[in-house]
Design a protein around this ligand. Structure first.
Ligand code: BAL
Ligand code: ZN
Length: 893
């Protein structure tokens, strides 16, 4: 396989300012006529060939300036079409054919549910026509679509210019996108669809049409999506001064889709899971996910589309920034209309959820064979780099710039970024330079040169904290020392590779031994929180007027994506968990206590000792559960036990079954010892009446359902009856799923299986709910490889639909510790089989599954060996896609 390096970037020798695409759509043979204006760039060599990318295409003809080229006028290979001897300014016309119904990769043009859809990012456009498939070639597109009358809705990017019926009965429409764009933002949709729409006035007073398209019959499920789109549009105007630049903005839902959604200019195509919702079929998490993804794709219109990436190494330029923007959007929506305390708690809840996700997915990635900087230096298959690092760590790197510059400074930096680069394809460095232009004005003599290392170094830095107190001088000295060892590809560079220190914004508070915040004098102000800027390996800060040894509250709000090393006593953590004024750090203290508790239990399990929960830990949990000052949503986070993935990062040798047993034991033990308190929480947090996905009732449901799972896990008297009643009477999918999940994991008797069967019968025609049904069973405690295989024989199961494959196969392989990591190795053999089966259909999805064994070398020896064999088995398979090959060979290196 060929490795592409960032350092090898070369500009394309031609501009392609205009493209006209004409499609004669038919499922088995779609003909595409691509007419391009091609202009050689000043300075490019006169004999530079026009090299166009193409895959899985049948060439019909090539013409230049209206003259057909004979076969010796161009050179065709499996992956490219080269035209030589072009005039400096020419019109090139290529006619080709593709087969959408045979396209199971879901890249390029494909058929789903009888309709046509496209997905072009990153390199799918080359499956539609030969073209310069790279983000720095930006063109204006005019698109003509012709299709039979069974496809009445014909959509593409931009504005609808004309629509007519042809003599042969087909429909023809023309679309024009006034904004130059790279081809990865091209889209078309053709089919029988229904839609919901609204018109809104933008900040500058223009009327714009917003539409959400979906399958006929699903129109009752698109209200939340359209409302979310309106909120996203308003938010970008208010927070960033960015207005919708088109007259029309469309979202289309499709059931077969590799990703969550795609930000094609003016025509976003979405996985239906991020569009369709109503109380009966969608959970609170689904509602939140829809608002967030709709925001994300809408925000790309500026951060991604108006300013795009020069090359795919710069992917985080648009993804990290847009994830940061969607996180802030969600936080603002959650805090909307609340008083200051409630709003701070709501924002903390969002921050906690984001950090939990980062630690579960990105931290392990940064410590494994696929570790890469947020701006990778090389790749074999770019599809493998749509990672938690590029997205979520990328967003943390943007957030640190926001923290360093402050809200106003960051906004000024964004304004400067658009002033400099609107309409261009640029680099991550260009973004930092715009931010730096503000930072240097705020901080004379300083710059962001050290900060830029976040873009080129991989791995999660550790920050060791030393706290010294001198009672005589009443001084407290804080020393921060950072360390980041080479990871992933960096290791291959050998012993000479030295990583340089990062610029780390480190937010700190100090509490006295009664839990009161100590005022800190820092940067000319007195505050509860000091923002320390660590820019060298080790630095010290001195705080005066501190009478006694304080308790430090560290990395408040998770001000940097680092791991903190500080040896709090359990008593100090309990104090922080009860009193820290920073809700994020308060949550963190409780999580650290729970982590210590579960790791100790897992160790006891491995040693064959009897398991006991620590009384002081139970008391801390009781205090959180009964503290009247904290709201339900926050309390649900505070009481959630750390995930197995986060815990695994803290084990010398990862032992998922031991962790699962330890977590389960603690869940049950908490349920038993705090039965009265959980019972009270369950009763006090009922949400009768009409369903609303708003944060307050959603938070109440989260707490109530957490309580239910503890009570049922503990086998508490009556808990099963409560769960059965909730399942039978639930007025929304959140409560229904929570009760069913608790029952199938911890319930007894026939009811759980009967409920599962009835659930399927009720929802068999709703694919998104059937996905939930599969996922619930795939992750259930009692599910074995055998059960997973049986589920695969269910008539509703198919590997061809990514959502279905994710619901069953991914859930089992990634979220079922007992089944997947059974010491007999059958889970790994199952994984290998499914990776290969998926690879034959859809390499992108297969490669995602392939990553489930990334960190095999960190597991206990009994699991490590069968994991390695399974990886070797996959690697040895002939005809492996480039996608899977890159993943498994890096894992085995
Ligand atoms: N650009 C790919 C999908 C997304 O991140 O929005
Ligand atoms: Zn994105």
């Amino acid at each position: 396989p060929i490795t592409v390096y960032r350092k090898d970037y070369q500009p394309y020798p031609y501009d392609i300012p205009e493209v006209a695409l004409a499609f004669d759509l038919a499922p088995d043979a779609t003909e595409v006529r691509c007419t391009m204006r091609v202009q050689r760039k000043a300075g490019a060599s006169a004999d530079a060939a026009l090299i166009l990318d193409g895959e899985e295409l049948e060439l019909v003809s090539v013409g230049v300036n209206g003259v057909a080229l004979a076969a010796d006028g161009y050179h065709l290979s499996d992956h490219s079409l080269a035209i030589y001897g072009l005039p400096a300014d020419a019109t090139v016309e290529i006619v080709s054919r593709c087969n959408p119904s045979a396209n199971s990769t879901l890249m390029g043009l494909y058929v789903s549910g009888g309709n046509f859809f496209t997905q072009c990012e990153a390199e799918g456009f080359r499956r539609i026509t030969w073209f310069a498939d790279r983000p720095d070639v930006m063109s204006r597109y005019r698109v003509t679509l012709r299709a039979a009358s069974q496809y009445p809705v014909l959509l593409s990017n931009g504005n609808l210019m004309a629509s007519r019926q042809l003599a042969d009965g087909r429909n023809e429409v023309e679309w024009e996108d006034p904004f130059p764009k790279p081809c990865y933002l091209f889209a078309l949709v053709a089919g029988n669809l229904t839609h919901r729409e609204t018109t809104v006035k933008t900040a500058s007073g223009r009327d714009v049409l917003l539409q959400v398209y979906s399958d006929p019959g699903s129109e009752t499920k698109t209200e939340w999506a359209l409302d979310s789109l309106v909120r996203a549009l308003r938010w970008d105007e208010t927070r960033f001064g960015l207005e919708l630049d088109l007259d029309r903005f469309m979202i289309v839902a499709v059931h077969d889709f590799n990703m969550g959604a795609m930000e094609n200019k003016g025509l976003n195509i979405f996985n239906a899971a991020y569009v369709l919702a109503d109380a009966d079929t969608a959970t609170d998490a689904n509602y939140e996910g829809i608002e967030s993804v709709i925001g994300h794709e809408y925000f790309h219109n500026w951060t991604g589309n108006r300013v795009t990436c020069r090359d795919w190494f710069q992917l985080s330029l648009k993804e990290g920034l847009t994830v940061f923007r969607d996180q802030e959007f969600s936080a603002d929506m959650m805090a909307h209309g609340m008083d200051a305390t409630a709003a701070a708690s709501a924002r903390a809840v969002k921050r906690i959820d984001d950090v939990v996700a980062l630690r579960a997915a990105q931290f392990p990635e940064d410590a494994g064979p696929m570790a890469h900087p947020i701006r990778p230096e090389s790749y074999q298959e770019i599809g493998n780099f749509y990672t938690a690092t590029v997205y979520e760590k990328g967003a943390e790197v943007i957030r640190m710039q926001h923290t360093l510059l402050g809200e106003e400074g960051f906004r000024a930096g964004m304004d400067e970024y658009f002033r400099r680069h609107d309409g261009q394809a640029v680099t991550c460095d260009d973004f930092v330079a715009a931010m730096e232009s503000v930072y240097v004005r705020q901080h004379p003599g300083r710059d962001l040169s050290v900060f830029r290392r976040w873009y080129r170094q991989a791995g999660t830095p550790r920050v060791a904290v030393k706290l010294e107190h001198d009672a005589a001088t009443r001084r407290c000295t804080i020393t921060l020392t950072q360390d980041c060892q080479p990871v992933g590809v960096e290791r291959k560079a050998g012993a000479d590779y030295v990583k340089a220190p990062y610029h780390i914004p480190f937010a700190l508070g100090l509490l006295d031994r009664d839990g009161r915040a100590l005022p800190l004098r820092h940067d000319g102000a007195i505050k509860d929180t000091a923002l320390l800027e660590l820019t060298t390996q080790s630095q010290q800060w001195v705080f005066d007027d501190i009478a006694d040894l304080p308790v430090p509250s560290l990395l408040r709000d998770f001000s940097a994506p680092v791991i903190v090393d500080y040896d709090w006593t359990d008593e100090e953590l309990a104090l922080l968990s009860a009193h820290d004024g920073n809700p994020f750090a308060r949550w963190e203290a409780g999580q650290e206590l729970a982590t210590r508790q579960i790791l100790a239990l897992a160790e006891a399990r491995q040693a064959g000792r009897t398991l006991h929960a620590d009384a002081a830990f139970i008391d801390t949990w009781r205090a959180l559960l009964t503290d009247p000052a904290i709201d339900a949503a926050y309390r649900a986070r505070a009481l959630a036990l750390p995930s197995e993935k986060t815990l695994a990062e803290r084990m010398q040798a990862v032992d998922p079954p031991a962790l699962a047993v330890a977590r389960d034991f603690l869940r049950a033990e908490l349920g038993r010892q705090l039965a009265a308190e959980f019972r009270h929480a369950f009763e006090q947090n009922q949400t009768p009446g009409d369903y609303s996905p708003a944060p307050v009732p959603a938070g109440m449901r989260a707490l109530k359902n957490l309580a239910l799972s503890h009570l049922l896990a503990a086998g508490e008297h009556d808990a099963q009856r409560l769960a059965e009643q909730q399942y039978e009477r639930a007025g929304n999918m959140t409560d229904s799923m929570a009760a069913l999940s608790a029952l199938i994991n911890y319930g007894q008797g026939d009811f759980p299986q009967q409920a599962l069967a009835a659930f399927y019968d009720k929802w068999r025609d709703n694919p998104l709910v059937v996905d939930k049904w599969f996922a619930l069973q795939a992750a259930a405690r009692s599910t074995t490889v055998q059960t997973a295989r049986e589920l695969m024989t269910h008539p509703a199961f198919t590997l061809r639909n990514p959502n279905r494959a994710r619901a069953l196969i991914f859930q089992f392989c990634l979220n079922n510790a007992r089944g997947m990591h059974h010491p007999d190795g059958t889970g790994y053999a199952f994984w290998a089989e499914q990776v290969l089966a998926l690879d034959a259909l859809n390499p992108e999805i297969a490669a995602r599954l392939a990553r489930a064994l990334d960190n095999w070398s960190r597991f206990v020896p009994a699991l490590r060996t069968p994991m390695q064999s399974a990886l070797q088995h996959v690697r040895a398979h002939e005809g492996l896609s480039r996608n899977v090959q890159e993943i498994v060979s890096k894992a085995l290196e």
